[in-house]
Design a protein around this ligand. Structure first.
Ligand SMILES: CC(C)(COP(=O)(O)OP(=O)(O)OC[C@H]1O[C@@H](n2cnc3c(N)ncnc32)[C@H](O)[C@@H]1OP(=O)(O)O)[C@@H](O)C(=O)NCCC(=O)NCCS
Length: 237
């Protein structure tokens, strides 16, 4: 078994978590031989096409990020490259050969971080003319940021802001394995995981990993996983 180490250099001060993720990657190899690890520069090209390979042509993600646009592909490359250099972002990938067949991106936020300018992958690089539904995207990002801020309050938390698996590999346990890795990253930091999804609420709730739909807010698609100690102690708030 080979332990792959990312070729990116971290720009901020959480370097120690990088080595932790490498250990996570080592632990996350399934019986199918596919492993979950952090993305490296070699994965970027394949990452720029993972959404159209994973989602139906009329899916919201394909409308917000038109897959045929060169500008969008360049934008994704820039986004992934930038995120990979920041220690508060984790780009977990499952790779078959040289092709990325699954991605889960995580963003860690602490109360001292300005949420308005740093709220996940899509806020890292300015939107382009290729984002033809720019207004809808900006509105969705704003709503997501507001919900995250309101629901998580001042608690440090992770957000899963992208999670897709190539259609050819769906229902093979890759999604579950990537979420397990995300939980292994969040738990030592005693941090909740927040996400907003229209299509995959049932997926997260059925994993039996502690994800719960936000009470009274079901229509917004917010799903939360509280820190591990909260799962263990049902009386804790
Ligand atoms: C949703 C998605 C990420 C799941 O990944 P996956 O690798 O196919 O999922 P897994 O094979 O790990 O499935 C794990 C479990 O969830 C179930 N599951 C898979 N997709 C599901 C869905 N859409 N709704 C409910 N349950 C689902 C599986 O049956 C499996 O159950 P089991 O462990 O009890 O057998 C993937 O299907 C996908 O990319 N879909 C299109 C894009 C999308 O909707 N992304 C989510 C936006 S946040």
């Amino acid at each position: 078994m080979i332990l792959l180490v990312t070729s990116f250099e971290a720009e901020d001060d959480h370097d120690k978590w990088r080595s932790f993720v490498c250990i996570v990657a080592f632990m996350a190899q399934g019986s199918d031989g596919l492993e979950v690890r952090e993305a490296s520069e070699a994965d970027i090209k394949s990452l720029t096409t993972i959404i159209p390979r994973s989602c139906a042509p009329d899916a919201l993600l394909n409308q917000l990020f038109p897959p045929d646009s060169v500008l969008i592909q360049q934008w994704w490359a820039e986004v992934y490259r930038k995120a990979a250099k920041l220690a508060s972002y984790y780009i977990l990938v499952t790779v078959h050969g040289y092709t990325v067949i699954g991605v889960l991106t995580l963003h860690f936020w602490r109360p001292e971080d300005p949420i308005s300018t740093n709220n996940g992958l899509c806020t890292l690089v300015p939107l382009t003319d290729g984002h033809v539904k720019r207004k809808e995207l900006e509105e969705a990002l704003y709503n997501q940021a507001s919900r995250r801020e309101r629901i998580m309050q001042k608690q440090p938390n992770f957000m899963i802001d992208l999670m897709v698996v190539d259609q050819e590999y769906q229902n093979g346990g890759i999604g579950r394995r990537m979420v397990e890795c995300a939980c292994r990253i969040a738990d030592p930091k005693n941090a909740a995981i927040f996400l907003q999804t229209t299509k995959a609420i049932a997926f997260y709730l059925n994993l039996n990993m502690g994800f719960e739909s936000q009470r009274g807010d079901e229509e917004s698609g917010v799903v939360i996983r509280l820190p591990t100690q909260d799962h263990l102690d049902p009386d804790s708030t």
